[in-house]
Design a protein around this ligand. Structure first.
Ligand code: SF4
Ligand code: SF4
Length: 348
């Protein structure tokens, strides 16, 4: 399987994605646009609260090529953040009120300057989260010591695991992914990750395997904890249940499987104003591999940049950012349906 970009797919173009999201089902089924729903809930335009987190996408390169990837990441993607751009992030973060830096990708560990960046971020007192896909730890001997490196820098590890069995996990992420994930989880547990009292946080992320919304997070967490512990002796801290956002390869999956209309209708009908008031873009900014600034990783993939006066890390301006209007679109229904969805799971 290739990325949408490598296969020249229409949906690798962000303008086509936005047009598809806007036109297809909303016109046909006469569904309210996201901004209309927000206006009715007195939430339009959406304004930021205090920025506590900078999420940095250090590159689109990945050792996996998951079916639902909203980044369209994979081994064929070469976009990667340079040390120069990382240094610009560090310069802006030093002394800022941002407490947490959330590193994502692709597989962030594949960036050649990843370890340098983590060490520099912790040296200036930031809490670092790494979105680790687990299999990277066992993919190549040069990554086998990642659990020790994470421990050394007290990095919080957040890892996707679509399900607690091989069948569902491998269908979404590729053959052999579950087995490798179990190996990597054991390596992390051995270092104390996820073990009560260790202070080393290991959180897992569940996202649905098809065109449906996740079941309630607490129940899923109980199921995952029991199954992973009883069958594999694995422990972890929390499970975040995430709704799949109709962007990039997940959007392609929805359309090609004939599920797009039904899925969007489900999200629209499940719009929850309380979840909408807690969306993650209100408390974070997102940095692209080339230093561009966005409200979130999804807006990043749709090229919905901040306004030109402050749309690059070199022009980061907290005051302008605090006063901006968050750019929203039909994909935002994914964050505001049911109990809400963010990189940290439910928003309510
Ligand atoms: S979902 Fe994550 S692990 Fe899978 S291809 Fe995308 S970035 Fe890589
Ligand atoms: S996709 Fe979600 S996080 Fe991003 S702007 Fe929309 S509501 Fe905010």
């Amino acid at each position: 399987m290739k990325s949408l970009k490598a296969s020249g797919h229409l949906l690798s173009d962000s303008a086509s994605q936005i047009k598809t999201l806007h036109d297809q089902v909303f016109d046909k089924l006469q569904l309210p646009l996201f901004d209309q729903k927000m206006e009715a809930a007195s939430l339009y335009p959406l304004k930021p609260a205090r920025t506590t987190t900078m999420q940095i996408n250090v590159g689109k390169m990945c050792n996996q090529i998951c079916k639902h990837c909203h980044v369209d990441a994979g081994p064929d993607r070469k976009e990667i953040m340079t040390r120069h751009t990382m240094q610009q992030c560090l310069d802006k973060l030093a002394g800022s009120e941002i407490t947490t830096v959330d590193l994502t990708g692709g597989a962030p560990e594949m960036n050649p300057d990843f370890r340098w960046f983590v060490a520099e971020l912790t040296a200036i007192g930031k809490q670092v989260i790494v979105r680790c896909n687990l299999t990277i730890i066992v993919a190549n001997p040069k990554y086998h010591d990642l659990p020790d490196f994470f421990k050394q820098h007290q990095v919080e590890v957040v890892s996707s695991l679509p399900f607690y069995n091989a069948d569902k996990t491998d269908r979404q992420r590729g053959k052999g992914v579950f087995e490798d994930s179990v190996k990597a989880l054991r390596m992390l547990n051995t270092r104390g990750y996820g073990v009560e009292g260790s202070g080393l946080i290991l959180n897992l992320v569940y996202n649905p395997n098809g065109a449906f919304m996740p079941a309630p997070q607490q129940g899923l967490q109980r199921q995952f904890k029991k199954a992973l512990h009883d069958e594999f002796g694995i422990v972890f801290n929390e499970l975040f249940a995430i709704t799949n956002i109709p962007v990039s390869r997940y959007l392609d999956y929805l359309i090609s499987s004939g599920n797009y209309d039904g899925y969007m209708e489900k999200l629209v009908n499940a719009f929850n104003p309380i979840a909408a008031s807690g969306v993650m873009c209100r408390s974070m900014v997102s940095v692209g591999w080339d230093g561009s600034l966005y409200d979130c990783d999804f807006n990043q993939m749709l090229d919905m940049q901040f306004d030109p006066a402050y749309n690059h890390i070199s022009r980061y301006d907290q005051e302008l950012i605090d006063n901006r209007e968050i750019k929203t679109g039909q994909h935002c229904y994914g964050c505001t349906a049911g109990a809400g969805s963010s990189c940290g799971g439910n928003t309510i």
